[in-house]
Every structure is written in structure tokens, then in C-alpha cells.
Design a protein around this ligand. Structure first.
Ligand code: SF4
Length: 380
């Protein structure tokens, strides 16, 4: 069966294209909107200018999308094959001659409010996953955390290296998340290392920081450099507990009160499947009692990632990037660290190359939007 040719592409035998290719990429059934864009951006950065990348795809939209991607990204689509008996097309792309990464930023109007509610230029904000294990196992956890998962702790020495590089690149703020960061045995050292260079926000469920060595680590933290972002989904215990587990509301409230008593700036974050106007009013009233300023109240939608079987779907097309470092890689965004299509690097360092990969992908997305494409590389 013969496919519709991508406009401008020459057809050739696979053996001919293979002979011309410097590198290969198997995109499987991914389309550009669901993650192939990021994979292409990563892989072509390893190809010398003027050399070619052979892309295999089983998605019928990809050959035509690659024609637009190569034009917008400054590369050239040289040729493609017909669909072969395995159901795949092969497309040969020659890398453009400029190696300069475009320094693009996403318009704040397109940012999805999963984290802080506002978009920042790529490179200003960094997320660090301190660990992946958690005392809870919430039904919507995007990181697939629970008491039984591998901790995947971020070593303090690795965090120090990442922070040195981030600081040198002009980084301005860091968010620590997990898992539950207070389960990291050296969280105090980690926070001190990060806080030496930028202000730091710790995301926590506030349930395990009140006793013993964790309490001591909390008390030792610099109130001028460290802010706590505490999850509280509802003013009503049963609504909070139905996602997070029995008794979790009461312990979170105790944690919030003691963080405030200790003099921390506290931000409260709720995660909801849908708009909940009535519940929202009760939640706001409770935060009024605690004198939490409006700027420190955050309501986020559930992302359909990790454990969440419902919620807002996210892709590199719809999610403004917030670079995120884990012990085993760098990711597009902290809500997407369980999604292989959102991985930017297989290593936590160097940071600069990963930030440039993200900037290149965003620059192409921005250029596509300027041409009027709503979903950057979806033809449908
Ligand atoms: S959502 Fe937060 S508190 Fe719940 S399991 Fe995940 S990391 Fe833990």
C-alpha cells in the first residue's frame, strides 16, 4: 500500500537512505504531538551539521509533520520511503548548519497551571525530585509514589553539582518535590546546598516533618530562603482523605499550623479533578483563618499521568516546560516524570544541553503557533 507523499519529499529505497544516514531513530507509533517532537529534537542535536538522521515511524501523520518540523527547525527533509510491509515509513532528515540553540520562551497565556500557576522563561526555574517514595499513595499521584516504590534519592553531592551549573546559567529559583521530600534522610543538607544559591520551595504533605530528626532539620532551615508548599485539597477532611488516605487531612492541618508557628512562609496547594465552587469557598475561608495571602493559594487540575486514570491529558504540546531533574534524568515537567515521552535527557547532568533541547523544541512550537497551528504537530 502506498501512502500519500509528504509534499516535497523524494521517494527512495530504504537501503539508499540507510547508506546516507549518520544516525537512526525509531519513533514507533508516537506522533509529533505526543512526544516525537522532543525525541527528534534530542536525537538531531547529536548529529553533526550537514549529516542526516533516518527516522522510522509507524504513525501515518509523521512524514507530513516532519516536513513542517524540518522547515521550522532549520533542517531539511531529503527523502522518504513508501510504507513497508511492517507498516512503517522511513524519512531522511538532514541537520541544518547552525548549531545555535534558539532561546525561545513560551507565552504565559499558553501555560498549563499544574505547578506554580505562572510560566517562567526556560532556565529561570528548576525542579529537583529529592526522592520518589512517600508515606502516602494518592490515587492521582503523577509520580507514582507510595511507601513501597524504590526511593530513587537524589544524592546531596549530585544536587550540589546541578546547583552549581544552574547558578552559573543564571537560574533563579528551585522547587524540591517527590515523593515526600521529608523522607530523604539528608533533606536538611540538600536544602542548605540549594538554598546557598537560590530561594527554595519544598513541596510536602506536611505529615512526617513534625518529629525527631525531621523536625530538627525543619527547624534548622533558613526562613528567608525556604518556603513550604503544603498540599491540602479541601477544608473537609472526608474530601481530602478520599484521595490521600484516612487521617491525612488532620495531620496535614497540624503540619500547616506548626510550619506557620515556626515562621515559615507557607503556600497551600489543592489538587482537584474538576472545578468545585462550593468546596472552593470553604477552602478559601479556611486559608483566610490562617492568613494565607492570595499569592500563596494554588489550585491545580489533576494531570492524567502516573496513577491518575482521569484528569487533564498532558503532552509536550500542551504543557509549558519546567525543567525537572531526577537522579536518573532530566524531564520536560515535574508532573510528567513517569512518562517516557517527556524525558529530555537520560542523565541528571549536564543541565545546559537539556535546557537547550527544551528551548529548541519550544522555539519550533512557537513558530508553529505563529503559523496558526493549534496543536503544533497534529494534522487532525
Ligand atoms: S501526590 Fe504527593 S503526597 Fe500523594 S503519593 Fe504522590 S507524592 Fe505522595
Amino acid at each position: 500500500m502506498t501512502s500519500s507523499p509528504a509534499k516535497g519529499a523524494e521517494f527512495a529505497e530504504l537501503s539508499v537512505l540507510t547508506g546516507m544516514a549518520h544516525a537512526r531513530l525509531d519513533g514507533g507509533s508516537m506522533d509529533c504531538g505526543s512526544g516525537l517532537l522532543l525525541l527528534l529534537t534530542r536525537r538531531i542535536r547529536d548529529v553533526p551539521p550537514g549529516q542526516s538522521l533516518l527516522v522510522r515511524t509507524q504513525d501515518a501523520t509523521v512524514p507530513a509533520d516532519l516536513l513542517d518540523w524540518t522547515r521550522l527547525a532549520g533542517h531539511e527533509l531529503l527523502a522518504q520511503t513508501d510504507r513497508d510491509p511492517s507498516g512503517a515509513w522511513h524519512v531522511l532528515v538532514r541537520r541544518g548548519t547552525s548549531r545555535d540553540a534558539p532561546h525561545a520562551t513560551r507565552s504565559p497565556a499558553t501555560a498549563a497551571p499544574f505547578t506554580s500557576g505562572e510560566a517562567t522563561p526556560v532556565g529561570h526555574r528548576l525542579w529537583l525530585y529529592t526522592n520518589f517514595h512517600c508515606n502516602l499513595s494518592c490515587g492521582y499521584c503523577c509520580a507514582q509514589s507510595s511507601p513501597s516504590v524504590a526511593p530513587r534519592e537524589l544524592p546531596v553531592e549530585l544536587a550540589a553539582g546541578v546547583m552549581q551549573e544552574f547558578d552559573g546559567l543564571g537560574g533563579e529559583e528551585v522547587f524540591l518535590t517527590g515523593g515526600e521530600p521529608f523522607l530523604h534522610p539528608r533533606l536538611g543538607d540538600l536544602v542548605a546546598e540549594v538554598g546557598r544559591r537560590t530561594p527554595v520551595t519544598i513541596l510536602t504533605n506536611a505529615m512526617v516533618m513534625e518529629r525527631g530528626s525531621r523536625r530538627a532539620q525543619l527547624e534548622a532551615m533558613d526562613r528567608d530562603r525556604v518556603r513550604l508548599q503544603i498540599s491540602l485539597d479541601s477544608a473537609q477532611p472526608q474530601l481530602h482523605d478520599q484521595q490521600r488516605g484516612a487521617g491525612s487531612h488532620a495531620r496535614a492541618v497540624r503540619g500547616i499550623r506548626s510550619a506557620l508557628e515556626l515562621g515559615f512562609r507557607v503556600r497551600i496547594a489543592a489538587t482537584w479533578y474538576d472545578d468545585q465552587p462550593d468546596e472552593g469557598e470553604r477552602w478559601q475561608a479556611l486559608l483566610d483563618e490562617w492568613a494565607i495571602p492570595a499569592a500563596d493559594r494554588l489550585v491545580r487540575p489533576v494531570a492524567r499521568q502516573g496513577f491518575a486514570e482521569a484528569g487533564q491529558p498532558v503532552t509536550v504540546d500542551t504543557l509549558a516546560p519546567e525543567p525537572t531533574v531526577t537522579v536518573d534524568g532530566i524531564w520536560w515537567h515535574p508532573v510528567a516524570v513517569s512518562d517516557p515521552a517527556m524525558r529530555v535527557s537520560d542523565h541528571p547532568m549536564p543541565l545546559e544541553a537539556a535546557l537547550d533541547t527544551i528551548r529548541e523544541a519550544v522555539a519550533v512550537q512557537d513558530a508553529a503557533r505563529r503559523e496558526g497551528r493549534r496543536h503544533v504537530f497534529r494534522c487532525a
